[in-house]
Design a protein around this ligand. Structure first.
Ligand SMILES: Nc1ncnc2c1ncn2[C@@H]1O[C@H](COP(=O)(O)OP(=O)(O)O)[C@@H](O)[C@H]1O
Ligand SMILES: [Mg+2]
Length: 255
């Protein structure tokens, strides 16, 4: 049985950073094989993991929509998608990265979504962990193009706006509660003297507080230098991720 973690929250709250550090933790713990899903259309998780994905599921879907009338005889849409699946998975050391890419354009591609879901269903059991970086709208989760989630981590900063997003996420996930196990909030880059006020604001949410990932110069320097976060020194942010993850380990997966 694979276990899955999804990271969500307002743009700029540190979702991708937190996701990359979680991947690093699982790699260090040798908890693999890991499927990392970049479900943010503004995909930049690859950069933080030191790899460059070539194609996304969205690209594959676009290709299929273009080619749909010219498919070779006997090749159905599902077979076309299946054949292209290896192109949207980038293999790296200890983990694979699946890039979702852009969501849907206008119109409903429900059939495509059901295909994508079918592949996700087939894919997930071969991994011990699925770790997903999302955009604030949780599109892939709310459209169920991704599988059930055991742990949802919502990132918030000191900014009240990030709480508005957390509230929206609470509403979205409330409507699809069957597919999400436990929901948490992770504070990100909150200064020590502001932690209490952040916790007070959290009182209005049903999410449990997991900890704060402090602002970390080592992360800033790595990003500026274009380096990945898998080779980051053992700094403050990573120590915090380690604590958060060992805390998560005490919870059962989705009920
Ligand atoms: N703990 C941290 N310490 C220092 N900088 C951080 C930290 N977390 C995020 N950042 C920086 O903040 C910016 C936004 O982070 P990112 O992870 O891309 O957020 P999101 O994915 O939510 O948009 C990036 O430039 C990143 O380097
Ligand atoms: Mg991001």
């Amino acid at each position: 049985m694979s276990r899955s973690i999804a990271v969500a929250g307002k743009g700029g709250t540190g979702k991708t950073t937190i996701t990359a550090l979680i991947v690093r933790y699982l790699l260090e713990k040798k908890e693999g094989p890991i499927l990392v899903v970049d479900a943010d259309p503004d995909a930049n998780l690859g950069t933080m993991l030191g790899i460059k994905p070539e194609k996304s599921v969205g690209d594959l879907r676009d290709d299929l929509l273009k080619e749909i009338k010219n498919l070779p005889a006997g090749m159905g849409k599902a077979a076309y998608m299946e054949a292209g699946l290896h192109e949207v998975i980038t293999e790296s050391r200890g983990f694979d990265l699946l890039t979702m890419g852009r969501g849907e354009g206008p119109g409903c591609y429900c059939y495509m979504n059901s295909l994508i879901r079918k592949f996700a269903d087939e894919l997930n059991p071969s991994y011990a962990w699925v770790v997903m970086d999302n955009e604030a709208g949780l599109e892939h989760i709310s459209r169920r193009t991704t599988n059930n989630i055991d742990y949802l981590l919502v990132a918030v900063t000191e900014s009240p706006l990030s709480f508005n997003t957390a509230k929206n996420i609470e509403a979205i996930t409330g409507a699809i509660k069957n597919s999400i196990g436990r929901k948490f909030v992770v504070a990100s880059m909150v200064r020590p003297e502001k932690i209490d006020s952040v916790k007070e604001r959290l009182a209005g949410l049903s999410f449990e507080y997991l900890g704060n990932v402090p602002r970390d110069e080592a992360v800033e320097n790595a990003i500026l230098a274009g380096n990945d976060l898998l080779t980051l020194p053992d700094s403050a942010s990573y120590r915090s991720i380690r604590e958060i993850m060992s805390h998560l380990g005490g919870y059962n997966a989705a009920t």
